[in-house]
Design a protein around this ligand. Structure first.
Ligand SMILES: Cc1cc2nc3c(=O)[nH]c(=O)nc-3n(C[C@H](O)[C@H](O)[C@H](O)COP(=O)(O)O)c2cc1C
Length: 183
């Protein structure tokens, strides 16, 4: 793989105050400012891909919504992905899972072999590590080429929301180490 230039980043959350969106935006900034100066970064908002809850009946009667087609195409158009997962009750947010389920009906290889760094964050000490593990463990089924991962716990103590960057030095170094695996 050459150095990726077109980077797609998103938080797997539909919250307007998403901590995972803050984290993934920071990661994208670090990648561009410190590693790939020419990087063309797109940050998606899951709210732009809201659809009816997936059901086989809906798929059979109406096909796959254009939002799912657009999301799948956005992944296909990217050279690499940055994703930060919100954890709801130990797993994916409903907003993300719905998009993912619809996209998997286009092609089970939702991630289309793209190299990616996956992250997760929560206000608690475990840093949404359950959902990160779920994403990591299932990667092969969905053609996700996971190069690195990072869980950020105690978000409000480890991330400076005003500056939009990690304030914890160890996590800041680890983020850079994981991102470097894409380059
Ligand atoms: C319905 C619900 C379930 C949650 N379950 C978990 C959980 O299982 N593990 C966890 O670490 N945090 C959990 N949280 C707290 C989230 O980590 C926290 O709301 C976080 O801000 C979500 O990420 P986001 O801001 O990027 O949406 C839950 C929050 C909600 C609203």
């Amino acid at each position: 793989m050459g150095t990726p230039n077109k980077i797609l980043a998103f938080a797997a959350s539909n919250s307007s105050t998403s901590i995972n969106k803050m984290l993934v935006t920071h990661a994208a900034n670090v990648l561009k400012e410190e590693m790939i100066a020419t990087a063309d970064i797109t940050i998606l908002d899951l709210n732009d891909y809201e659809m009816p809850i997936y059901s086989t009946d809906r798929e059979n009667s109406g096909g796959i919504p254009e939002q799912a087609q657009a999301f799948y195409k956005a992944i296909g158009d990217a050279d690499a992905l940055l994703i930060s997962y919100a954890e709801y009750n130990g797993s994916y947010s409903s907003a993300y899972k719905n998009i993912f389920d619809w996209c998997s009906r286009i092609n089970s290889e939702v991630f289309q072999g793209k190299p990616m760094v996956i992250m997760s964050s929560s206000p608690g000490p475990y840093g949404a590590s359950n959902v990160l593990k779920t994403a990591s463990d299932s990667a092969a089924y969905f053609a996700a080429d996971i190069r690195g991962s990072l869980s950020v716990g105690n978000f409000y103590d480890t991330f400076d929301s005003d500056k939009g960057q990690l304030s914890d030095a160890n996590l800041a170094a680890e983020l850079r180490a994981q991102l470097a695996k894409l380059v």
